[in-house]
Design a binder for this molecule. Structure first.
Ligand code: FAD
Length: 421
């Protein structure tokens, strides 16, 4: 459904200066929106890429400047008013006004909420001790970096992507690293046991102490007053730590939306056009829960850069009255050691797993099948398989499992043979 056209007297306000918000701002102008564009971002810097925070930036292989992917001049050229280091305190949806923490206020015709999320806290005893840290922003990394250099023991709570990426960087720095994961596998929420086993083996070989089924119950102070020294687990085990990283997921920033009366269910609930339950307010990126048509039959909140950028394109099409771009298969990546994992699709509900290649040689792809169709794939050091998988998953193609597993047949040949579902 197309929106009524806005004009040059209209204002689109964007709350949140992450990749979703930043992309929306300049895309609006590229799509010939002629009115006022205001972006309000709480962090005091231009929108930046978060993925390197737990990878190259944490390892000091790149500088802060390299995280900024679009210069101030680009926003200026697009005529975007950047209000950085300012926080929206309230959305008054009845008068269509935003109230900022410094007392300023703006009216809007259309509002895009792109507030992302914050690291999920671990509500256990001692969680307030010093040196119990999180990783979501540049500021967080700037606290972690000196500790990586001057400390000996790091305990990471959570064996998800962020926790494992930090483990890879820290062990390379010579730290004694322990990962405590309450599930029976690392990456349990996002991947198959075969892939979890692979990553557990790689980390153990690198010297990381991976403990699964380990539920953290609290933190105790060590020699330094007020700072963490010991992590305690439900089974009675205790792990000494000079600092702790909690990497147990994200909590979507939905408070503004709830207060504004929008429907929220985990994320801000939006339709295919990224529109919330209020027709003048949209939500995109990590804070939004949307129906990923064709890939899932329920609402989902995705946390990835490709999703943030895709939703920026959707919301701009929606606001400027253009056709909504078709949804593509969700994808993601993770870098650990010299391993590049690229994943596409959503493996939820898969019935069959086909491994192509050799996990022992760190070069393989796990294909997830449901009713014979390829619904997802995780490619480790296999960019060719990943490119093919994007199409195979996007078109939900059918390839016989025995053919898919046959690594002597090039993936391109299999694609020619593949039948659309
Ligand atoms: P965010 O990036 O969270 O931006 C939201 C912004 O809104 C923040 O700056 C926040 O301060 C601001 N804000 C919130 N409330 C207000 C308010 N009231 N007023 C003003 N501003 C406000 N994705 C991948 O695809 N691949 C990866 O390898 C990968 N690695 C990651 C590694 C780490 C360490 C992290 C933290 C994330 C990673 N991600 C990765 C996820 C990816 O970075 C996010 O999905 C993406 O950044 C989401 O963008 P966003 O704009 O929706 O939200």
């Amino acid at each position: 459904m197309n929106e009524p056209q806005l004009n040059k007297n209209s204002t689109v306000a964007i709350v949140g200066g992450g990749q979703a918000g930043g992309e929306t701002a300049t895309l609006l102008r590229q799509n010939r929106f002629e009115g006022r564009i205001i972006l309000i971002g709480e962090e005091p810097c231009l929108p930046y890429m978060r993925p390197p925070l737990s990878k190259a930036f944490l390892a000091r292989e790149i500088t802060k400047d390299a995280l900024i992917y679009k210069s101030a001049a680009a926003y200026e050229k697009a005529g975007v008013e950047m209000r950085l280091g300012e926080r929206v305190e309230k959305i008054d949806s009845s008068s269509k006004r935003l109230l900022l923490d410094d007392g300023a206020s703006f009216s809007y015709d259309k509002l895009v909420i792109a507030t992302g999320g914050r690291a999920r806290p671990l509500p256990v005893l001692g969680a307030g001790l010093r040196n119990i840290l999180f990783l979501r922003s540049i500021a967080d990394v700037e606290i972690l970096q000196p500790l990586l250099v001057r400390s000996r023991r790091l305990v990471i709570v959570g064996g998800g992507y962020v926790g494992l990426e930090v483990a890879a960087v820290a062990v390379k720095h010579g730290l004694k690293v322990t990962v405590l994961e309450s599930a029976s596998h690392v990456l349990a929420r996002v991947t198959a046991p075969a892939l979890s086993d692979f990553y557990e083996r790689v980390h153990r070989e690198a010297g990381v102490d991976i403990r699964t089924g380990a539920t953290v119950t609290g933190f105790l102070a060590g020699h330094e007053e007020g700072a963490v020294g010991l992590v305690t687990c439900a089974n009675g085990e205790r792990f000494p730590a000079d600092f702790v990283l909690i990497g147990i997921g994200l909590f979507p920033n939905t408070e503004l939306a709830i207060e504004a009366g929008l429907q929220v269910d985990d994320g801000i609930v939006v339709d295919q056009a990224s529109r919330s339950s209020n027709p003048d307010i949209y939500a995109i990126g990590d804070c939004a829960s949307h129906a990923h048509h064709g890939f899932l039959h329920r609402k989902i909140r995705l946390e990835s850069v490709p999703n943030a950028l895709e939703q920026a394109r959707v919301v701009v099409a929606s606001i400027t009255g253009r056709p909504i771009p078709a949804a593509t298969a969700p994808w993601f990546w993770s870098d650990q050691y010299d391993l590049k994992l690229q994943t596409v699709g959503l493996s939820e509900g898969y019935e069959e797993l086909v491994i192509r290649g050799n996990p022992l040689a760190s070069s393989f792809t796990a294909f997830y099948l449901k009713t014979g169709r390829i619904i997802a794939a995780d490619a480790v050091n296999r960019p060719g398989d990943f490119m093919a998988a994007k199409r195979l998953v996007g078109d939900r193609m059918v390839i016989a499992p025995s053919r898919l597993a046959d690594d002597s047949t090039p993936i391109k040949t299999l694609m020619i043979e593949a039948a659309p579902a």
